[in-house]
Design a protein around this ligand. Structure first.
Ligand code: ADP
Ligand code: MG
Length: 321
């Protein structure tokens, strides 16, 4: 199968047809039609085999996941997805692998309403770069900056599950190949669900003052939001949303540790006025209040204990890669 046959067979007609997409796979560029007063939100995420995901994982999940992690960034800005491009580097044109990979990719493209509009196909070690495009109006876009002292800190989505799921796979790598058998923690790691629809619902009805998605760990990403907003937070660890299977697998102390420091959760952290919380809850019943924004810097418990981020950082001094 040559490059162009591969693109036609696996990467054409993937996801819904949107009125914004004037040209997609097949020309030199994709073309998107924007409306006046719309801003284009762009984000790219690269997933490298055996660094961001295990190469032996179910290819359906690899397809789903490489798009999910990128869509999570659009959700974090409150942007509506309008298309994505995929730069794929493959060791070989394995038809069975590509069939499942493109099915997983298509499943999320359909579910999130985000079509594949272009890309690049090359040979080499398995690497997937997904760039997502979304639209947002400038008066509503969510940024990391904007949190105000006195506002609530809320989270949407469970914390710590993905880190525990990774551990399950490390203990039993043979489980990687069959997504039908995965437990909730394993799914949280390899089949994360970007909170696209939840973000758009909140965006319609509630004033969110700042937002970030949790990809590197709660404390690390909260710290980014706080630094951008020049504020501090009081974080109530008792309120963190922990999946029952996480508690069962790790016990409460280690589960709390995973929830604070574990990565790959793709939850959303949001700040808003207390008065808006009931409305936000009615739009997203899973939204959980986990703290309050205060003056100053850093993250403390209600008892005053300082909480330090230790999230994953590809180029931190501790990592030898
Ligand atoms: P060019 O050489 O002009 O960059 P390519 O030959 O790389 O174009 O790609 C041909 C068309 O196929 C382009 O529209 C490109 O966006 C699309 N394409 C290539 N690879 C992929 C892919 N993996 N997924 C989606 N579209 C792709
Ligand atoms: Mg090209």
């Amino acid at each position: 199968m040559d490059e162009f046959a591969l693109i036609r067979r696996f990467f054409t007609g993937l996801g819904p047809s949107l009125p914004e997409v004037i040209e997609n796979v097949g020309d030199d560029c994709a073309l998107l039609q924007l409306q006046p007063n719309e801003q284009l939100a762009l984000s790219i995420d690269t997933s490298v085999a055996d660094r961001h995901f295990p190469a032996t994982a179910d290819p359906w999940a690899i397809g789903w996941r490489c798009l999910a992690v990128a869509l999570s960034d659009l959700a974090a800005m409150g942007a509506r997805p309008v298309g994505f491009t995929l730069a794929i580097t493959l060791p070989e044109a394995d038809e069975a692998w590509l069939t499942e990979f493109s099915r997983g990719l298509r499943a999320l493209a359909d579910e999130s309403g985000c079509p594949l509009i272009g890309g690049d196909t090359t040979r080499g070690p398995l690497t997937l770069s997904v760039q997502v495009q979304g639209v947002v109006t400038p008066e509503h876009v969510w940024r990391r900056a904007g949190a105000q002292p006195g506002q609530l800190l809320a989270v949407l989505g469970n914390l710590g599950s993905a880190a525990a799921g990774l551990r399950c796979f490390q203990e039993e790598p043979e489980r990687l190949a069959h997504r039908e058998d995965w437990n909730a923690l394993e799914k949280a790691y390899l089949l994360p669900r970007p909170l696209t629809h939840e973000a758009l619902r909140l965006m319609q009805g509630v004033a969110i003052s700042a937002a970030i998605d949790v990809s590197d760990g709660l404390l690390a990403d909260l710290q980014h939001l706080l630094a951008s907003s020049a504020v501090a937070a009081e974080l109530d660890l008792e309120q963190l949303p922990l999946h029952p299977q996480l508690l069962e697998k790790l016990g409460r102390p280690l589960a709390l540790d995973a929830a604070q420091h574990g990565g790959d959760d793709y939850a959303l952290l949001l700040t808003l006025d207390e008065a808006d919380f009931p409305l936000a809850r009615s739009l997203c019943p899973e939204l959980k209040k986990i703290g309050i924004i205060t003056k100053g810097a850093g993250i403390r418990t209600p008892g005053g204990e300082l909480l330090e981020p230790q999230g994953y950082n590809h180029f931190s001094a501790q990592q030898d890669d």
